[in-house]
Design a protein around this ligand. Structure first.
Ligand SMILES: *Cc1c(COP(=O)(O)O)cnc(C)c1O
Length: 396
C-alpha cells in the first residue's frame, strides 16, 4: 500500500536533512531495480534457504490448542532462523542491496543488540566493514552482545547523547549516514525510518507470510482466521501480515508492550497511547509529551522498547484494517513459562507478548477456527532476566 513517495495513508515520507535526500533517492531507485532483477531475487532466496535456514516451520501447537480449548493455534517459528530471530531476513536483503550499490561500510543501530548481531553476522559473511551504534545504557546492560558483535568483526560505538538508549542510537546512525553517505549503507533494523526503509523492510520480512500462507493452505485447505505478531518497530508483524492484508476476512492483530500497564508511565504501547508526529525521518505515531518531546519508554522486553512504530502500522491502525493491543510485563513473563512447559519452546520475551494475547483470544474462538502467531525469536537471551524478575539468583 505504498504510493510513489513512500506514504502509507498520511504516514511515512522522508523527513531527513538535505544531505541525506540524494542517498535515500539512490537507495530507493537501486531497490526498485533490484526488486525486478531475477539475479538479486535468486541470491536473496538462496541465502535465506542455505544460510538462514528457511523456510521456517509452521508448527501446530497441539498442547496449547487443547489447553486453551478454542481456535487451533499454529506458531510460525522465526526463532529457528540463524541468529535466532526474524531480523536476519531483513539484514540479508539490505546487505545484498548495499553490495549492489558498491558500498563497503555498513552501519546499524541496535537496542539490546539483536539487530547489531544480525548485521555483524552478514557483514562477516560478505567481508564488509561494520559499525554498530548502541546506547551507552544498552552497552552496559548487554555486554555479552557487545562482545558477540566484536567477535564477528564489528566495531561498537556507545552513544552517550539523550537517554543513551535505542532512540539515541538511531539518531547517531542517521547522523553518521548523513556525514558519510558515499561509502556507507545504513542497515535499518525495523520497518521504520524514512522511505524507502519501511517498504523495503516490509518486503524483505514478507517472506514470513508468503511461507505461512502456503503452509496453512497446504495443511488446512483454507486461510487462517487471525494473525498475531508482536510490534516493536513493527518488522516481524508487517512481514507476518503482508500476504494477508488483501484477504479481508483474515483478522490482523499487533501486540505492543504495555510494560507496567497502559495507565502507567512505564509502557511502550505506541498505537494505544501515542500521537501523530515526525521523528527518525518518518511521520507516524509516537509516545510524546504535549510539546512533542519523545517520552522515555519502558518494557521488560528490550526489542519492543521503541517510542514509535513503523508508518504502515499507523496507517493499518487508522484504516482499522489491523487492531493493536497491549500485553504487560507480568503477562509476558507468565507466558514465557507457559509456552516453555506446554510446548517445550523457550520463546523470546518479545514473542511472548504475542503468544500471551493468543492465550486470551483462542478460548473465545470456535474449534474450527485458526490462529497463526509469529514466534519472532528464541528466548535464550531472556532466561537470566526472567529468572531475576522471578527473584531467582543465577551465577553467570
Ligand atoms: C527486534 C525484535 C522484535 C521487535 O522488532 P520488530 O521490528 O517489531 O519486529 C521482536 N522480536 C524479536 C525476537 C526481536 O529480536
Amino acid at each position: 500500500m505504498t504510493n510513489e513517495k513512500g506514504r502509507f495513508g498520511r504516514f511515512g515520507g522522508q523527513y531527513v536533512p538535505e544531505t541525506l535526500m540524494p542517498e535515500l533517492n539512490k537507495m530507493a531507485a537501486a531497490y526498485e531495480e533490484a526488486k525486478q532483477d531475477p539475479a538479486f531475487q535468486k541470491e536473496y532466496a538462496d541465502l535465506l534457504a542455505n544460510y538462514a535456514n528457511r523456510p521456517s516451520i509452521l508448527y501446530y501447537a497441539k498442547n496449547m490448542t487443547e489447553d486453551l480449548g478454542g481456535a487451533q493455534v499454529y506458531l510460525k517459528r522465526e526463532d529457528l532462523n540463524h541468529t535466532g530471530a526474524h531480523k536476519i531476513n531483513n539484514v540479508i536483503g539490505q546487505v545484498l542491496l548495499a553490495k549492489r550499490m558498491g558500498k563497503k561500510r555498513l552501519i546499524a543501530e541496535t537496542g539490546a543488540g539483536q539487530h547489531g548481531v544480525a548485521t555483524a553476522t552478514i557483514a562477516a559473511l560478505f567481508g564488509l566493514e561494520c559499525e554498530v551504534f548502541m546506547g551507552k545504557e544498552d552497552t552496559d546492560r548487554q555486554q555479552l552482545n557487545v562482545y558477540r558483535m566484536e567477535l564477528l568483526g564489528a566495531k561498537v560505538h556507545p552513544v552517550t547523547s539523550g537517554t543513551m538508549t535505542l532512540k539515541d542510537a538511531v539518531n547517531a546512525a542517521l547522523q553518521d549516514f548523513a556525514a558519510h553517505p558515499e561509502e556507507t549503507f545504513y542497515v535499518m533494523g525495523s520497518a521504520t525510518g524514512p522511505h524507502p526503509y519501511p517498504m523495503m523492510v516490509r518486503d524483505f520480512q514478507s517472506i514470513i507470510s508468503e511461507e505461512s500462507k502456503a503452509q496453512i493452505l497446504k495443511e488446512t485447505g483454507k486461510l487462517p482466521d487471525t494473525i498475531v505478531a508482536c510490534v516493536g518497530g513493527g518488522s516481524n508483524a508487517i512481514g507476518s501480515f503482508a500476504h494477508f492484508i488483501d484477504e479481508e476476512n483474515v483478522q490482523l492483530i499487533g501486540v505492543e508492550a504495555a510494560g507496567k500497564g497502559l495507565h502507567s508511565k512505564d509502557t511502550a504501547a505506541t498505537l494505544e497511547l501515542g500521537e501523530v508526529g515526525v521523528f527518525h525521518g518518518m511521520k507516524s505515531v509516537f509516545l510524546q509529551n504535549k510539546s512533542g518531546q519523545i517520552n522515555p519508554v519502558y518494557s521488560i522486553s528490550a526489542g519492543l522498547d521503541y517510542p514509535g512504530v513503523g508508518p504502515e502500522h499507523a496507517a493499518l491502525n487508522e484504516a482499522k484494517r489491523a487492531e493493536y493491543v497491549g500485553i504487560t510485563d507480568d503477562e509476558a513473563v507468565a507466558t514465557f513459562e507457559y509456552i516453555a512447559k506446554q510446548e517445550g519452546i523457550v520463546a523470546a520475551m518479545e514473542s511472548c507478548h504475542a503468544i500471551a494475547y493468543v492465550q486470551k483470544l483462542a478460548p473465545t474462538m470456535r474449534q474450527d477456527q485458526v490462529i497463526i502467531c509469529t514466534v519472532s525469536g528464541r528466548g535464550d537471551k531472556d532466561v537470566a532476566a526472567v529468572a531475576k524478575y522471578q527473584g531467582v539468583e543465577i551465577n553467570e
